[in-house]
Write a protein that binds this ligand. Sequence first.
Ligand code: ADP
Ligand code: MG
Length: 329
Amino acid sequence: MSEFSLIQKYFTRTTPGAVLGVGDDAALVRVGSGMELAISTDMLVNGTHFFPDADPFMLGHKALAVNISDMAAMGAQPRWATLAIALPAEDEAWLARFSAGFFALADDFKVELIGGDTTQGPLNLSVTILGEVPQGQALRRDGAQMGDEIWVSGKLGDAALALAHMQGRLKLDEAGFAATAAALHRPLPRVALGIALRGIAHSAIDISDGLLADLGHILERSGMAAELQFDKLPMSIYLRSYFEQSTGFEQSTALEQSTARQCVLAGGDDYELCFTAPVERHAQLEKISAQLELPLSCIGQIVAGSGCRVYAADGREITTKETGYDHFA
Ligand code: ADP
Ligand code: MG
């Protein structure tokens, strides 16, 4: 099949939200008046971001999901995407599943694929996403202010926990692996939350590289420090079982506990939002959480200085060695 026919068959859909979609030298879009265009690119590389035998449907989902997540983190409405794909061979079964995964999520979020590039080479997936946000209302990393509360959406660490299991660093039971693997393979970007946070959050980021790393970007760009309460971090029952020893789960070893702690604080692939907002917004944020049926947890606060400190329930500071993360000071 020619490259053109492949594109036609697997990557061409109607794009009523664009002036011109796939098929010309460039796509054309019109941005609403009073809106700014938010643009971001994320690449998934075979062997680095996924295993060579990964399910292509899951890859299609994830390649787009990680990009939509960047729009969520900006408070932008994702609208259009382009897809650059390098494929080792023409494999129609693979392409069919990949594009099904991609378009299933695109349809859920009303994102239109308006262009891209298709070439032969080691498997590599690069998506560029374009979104709209009202002028001056984007959620940025550099706006955190002294006294802000620090919030995260959803739960942290499950994706990293599933990965730890796959790499043999700890062992989950069947139900635990099924639940956490879903977080790893099918992250759901928090677009509605990002939009709800316009005018409320002082700063925001999506958690792709782990809470401490990504919150660290907010702190650096804002010139602030943070104090976090470890026991306020939202965790699934599977992760929490490593820290609560009387819940009927098998006793975990110190090594497993340390791996679990690293999953929560420094694990990647959560795709939840971390944001800061003034204390006066606390009740409003709890309302937003109820409306969106999405847990929002207040996990700490912004203070003067630099770096991030994490405290245990008894007030003891959790050390760098215990978090497994050594560049957050
Ligand atoms: P050109 O040689 O002008 O760059 P191409 O032959 O690469 O054009 O692409 C033809 C059309 O198909 C263009 O509109 C391009 O944006 C689109 N396209 C190519 N690959 C993809 C893809 N993987 N997904 C969506 N659109 C694609
Ligand atoms: Mg081209």
